[in-house]
Ligand binder design. Structure first.
Ligand code: PMP
Ligand code: GLN
Length: 380
């Protein structure tokens, strides 16, 4: 069979989790919590199942959940999405991203992606027959940043969309208001669409605010905005998220969505809709994860790892060049096998090999897990 995705192998997340399990290492590689979600959320979902809410929901998602999403976005970012026409519940952000790309990228269209790039974007562009155009982030002592002049230079008459991700996986960097202004300047007067992956929207630290595209009407008018309940509610295995976009974009999105998954499982939608009535869980998420980030950073402060900023997400990148000159993938393998802590090489997020001497740790772990990892890492 001729491969649809000849360049794709097993994801680095699966590879490192398998190695961590084989070696008995503390798994700070793949991004997922090692603690459970709020039992009240499980009760809400199982309550919906027991109440017989087990058949197909509407194609776009149950109204109560779309209304709860709309209310949240408007309270946090001051932008109103009509639950009837502008919001669709998806089987996780991954499906939201794929469906957004499939509905707007035609064969030969170019899509600008910023590296390091989350691993599902480029295969999704490939499946649509699009052409990814790569712009690399810059990395300096203050961490990673997007060189907007290089993004502007990558625009051609064939550019169909630009993909952004803030807070950013794997770097932990965030886009600030000035970044979105620069992006708006590039897009003004074009019909280029924006695909904005905001799955870590509730994890922004040190009193900073998440610059959702929804705060910028000019950008929101051309954007698919994507989020994931897996990240927000510690349920990555439930695979549920949403996409919001203005009506003409959402109408096209829904055409693809209905033959992609048709719809997303009913009781989880009801459970989340009920649970979302209380904003506290997502409002408290930044404080919850900031404490874990700080525990992890403080634990590494005396080591030879150089900590890069982590302004958002549940990832901490470290520069290990004072410890080893191994390439990133080999260093991550060594760390997992010999030191007993799994990490993800940032080189896995680049289209062409690029070595920066940086690996990513996930701190969405119990404090005990983080302390156990620190016990192994701190002496390096
Ligand atoms: N985008 C980014 C940046 C992510 O980190 C992830 C999850 N690791 C996803 C999308 C996918 O989210 P989901 O699990 O909801 O499909
Ligand atoms: N997004 C998660 C991470 O970055 C992993 C998701 C996956 O395994 N596909 O670690």
């Amino acid at each position: 069979l001729a491969s649809r995705l000849p360049k794709v192998g097993t994801t680095i997340f699966t590879v490192m989790s398998a190695l961590a399990a084989e070696k008995g290492a503390v798994n700070l590689g793949q991004g997922f919590p090692d603690f459970d979600c709020d039992p009240a959320l499980v009760d809400a979902v199982t309550g919906a199942m027991r109440a017989g809410l087990n058949q197909y929901p509407p194609m776009t998602g149950i109204p109560a959940l779309r209304e709860a999403i709309s209310a949240k976005v408007s309270a946090l970012y001051g932008h109103r999405y009509d639950p009837a026409t502008d919001i669709t519940v998806t089987a996780g952000a991954t499906q939201g991203i794929l469906t957004a790309i499939l509905c707007c990228v035609h064969p030969g269209d170019e899509v600008i992606v910023i590296e390091p790039v989350y691993d599902s974007y480029v295969p999704a562009i490939d499946m649509a027959g699009g052409v990814p155009m790569f712009v690399q982030m810059e990395v300096g002592p203050d961490g990673y940043s997007v060189p907007w002049d290089r993004v502007a230079a990558a625009v051609t008459p064939r550019t169909r969309a630009i993909m952004i991700n803030s807070p950013h996986n794997p770097t932990g960097s965030i886009l600030r208001s000035a970044d979105l202004d620069a992006l708006a300047g590039i897009l003004r007067g074009t019909n280029i669409l924006l695909i904005s992956d905001e799955v870590y929207e509730h994890m922004v630290y040190d009193g900073q605010q998440h610059e959702s595209v929804c705060r910028h009407p000019e950008l929101a008018a051309r954007a698919f905005v994507i989020s994931s309940f897996g990240k927000t509610y510690h349920v990555t295995g439930w695979k549920i998220g949403y996409v919001a976009a203005p009506p003409p974009l959402m109408a096209e999105f829904r055409k693809v969505h209905q033959f992609n998954v048709f719809t997303v499982n009913t009781p989880v939608q009801h459970g989340i809709a009920q649970y979302m009535r209380d904003p506290a869980p997502y409002l408290q998420l930044a404080g919850f994860y900031q404490a874990k980030r700080d525990l992890f950073r403080e634990g590494l402060a005396g080591s030879r790892f150089k900590l890069l900023p982590s302004d958002g997400t549940y990832f901490q990148c470290v520069d290990y060049s004072a410890i080893s000159s191994l390439p990133e993938a080999e260093f991550a393998t060594w760390l997992t096998s010999e030191v007993g802590v799994a990490a993800i090489p940032v080189s896995a997020f680049y289209s062409k090999p690029r070595e920066s001497g940086i690996v990513r740790f996930c701190f969405a772990k119990k404090d005990d897990t983080l302390r156990q990892a620190l016990g192994r890492l701190a002496s390096l």
